[in-house]
Design a protein around this ligand. Structure first.
Ligand code: SF4
Length: 369
């Protein structure tokens, strides 16, 4: 059995580590390229959302590389992720002549249980404790990656050489792959943070922008054209308000302890602009936008796939929030035809507007003194 799963950000580092430690054979998930987009689009319904096409493209590329056990995720509820796996399985069966297995990790019934059951099947000789430990270690790695990314986004714009901090992040993230214990993961994370801190001047006050929206588009740099690094290079502190580690932690440990309910988690934060869960990250997007508005952010960037129903619904709430709080927003609806150059131009123009606003505000305040 050879496993393949779709690519997303740096998720491959903890997942490959977990598969290695359980002796599960896998095909390294190919990075997303133009070919992934083409192959995924070719076998997808035309109007389906971009993450569907790219995850299918990844699975098909994995099959070409010898995989015969396809693993994906399903069950967000109230959005298309709920039926991705069923439709993708049909598409794969049309192109796959060899027998294959298709496993969907179901988040609706509990990420931990579903993942654990899959790993038990894929690695029958591993003990329960070994499997539980490898899941915990993967979540720890994810957390370290997110913390290092946050640090890069914070210290980068406070440094005279933001590219250096981006390089430090990219190099050190891959070192996590070799970590055998929680302590080693913690050590690499601390070392990275220390190094980044030493390159920055914390007295600087750069523009601060919140990046929110649909999970996959916000997290996968190929799809969003490395938006976080673009902002860091422009000297802007970007706070990514979607975290793979927080999501995995909430869906496994907190949910198993009945301490987490996705529906109620963001409801209080989104009221009175949104009063219902609308699927995907729609409710979270509204609640995070409101949090940014109340906490002195200079602007927000809302990124989502073209035609994503939950984010289109939340866009209405966002328009009211940004109007009520006078908070500038850039909405980026992305699909397979989006251009990196066009996106960068829009981001640069948006940041220019934010800079001008901030300068005017500072001058006005100074005149009042
Ligand atoms: S949240 Fe939007 S883009 Fe993501 S799976 Fe659901 S409908 Fe598709």
């Amino acid at each position: 059995m050879k496993v393949v799963y779709p690519h997303m950000g740096y998720l491959n580092i903890p997942i490959n580590h977990m598969l290695n430690s359980l002796d599960i054979s896998y095909v390294p998930t190919p990075r997303i390229t133009k070919r992934t987009v083409e192959i995924g689009s070719l076998h997808s319904p035309e109007s389906v959302c971009l993450p569907y096409k790219l995850t299918l493209g990844n699975l098909l590329e994995g099959i070409d590389a010898g995989a015969n056990c396809l693993v994906t995720i399903c069950g967000a509820g109230k959005c298309r992720l709920g039926f991705y796996n069923t439709v993708q399985k049909i598409s794969v069966s049309k192109v796959m002549s060899e027998p294959f297995s298709f496993y969907a990790i179901n988040t609706s019934t509990g990420l931990f249980n579903s993942l654990y059951n899959f790993l038990r099947k894929a690695s029958p000789r591993s003990s329960r404790i070994t499997i539980a430990y490898s899941i915990a270690k993967a979540i720890k790695m994810l957390k370290a990656i997110d913390t290092m990314n946050d640090a890069k986004n914070y210290y980068g714009p406070r440094s005279s050489n933001p590219e250096l901090l981006i390089d430090i992040y990219k190099t050190n993230v891959t070192k996590l792959d070799k970590c055998q214990s929680f302590k080693e993961i913690e050590h690499i994370k601390d070392q990275t943070l220390e190094l980044m801190r030493s390159c920055a001047d914390e007295t600087m006050k750069p523009l601060k922008v919140g990046l929110l929206g649909e999970f996959y588009v916000v997290v996968e740099p190929y799809v969003n054209f490395e938006i976080e690094d673009t902002l860091v290079k422009l000297g802007v502190e970007v706070k990514r308000l979607v975290s793979t580690a927080d999501w995995a932690y909430a869906q496994t440990l907190l949910r198993a302890l009945k301490l987490y309910n996705e529906e109620t988690e963001h409801l209080d934060g989104a009221r009175p602009y949104m009063n219902y869960h609308v699927g995907g990250e729609g409710l979270k997007t509204a609640s995070e936008a409101l949090r940014c508005a109340k906490n002195g952010y200079d602007g927000i960037i809302h990124a989502y796939p073209f035609g994503c129903m939950p984010e289109v619904v939340s866009e209405y709430a966002l328009k009211r929030i940004t109007a009520d709080f006078d908070l500038p927003m850039l909405a980026l609806s992305l699909d397979e035809h989006s251009s990196g150059v066009g996106l960068t131009t829009r981001i640069e123009a948006f940041i220019d507007c934010l800079r001008r606003r901030k300068t005017q505000r500072i001058r006005k305040n100074a005149a009042l003194l």
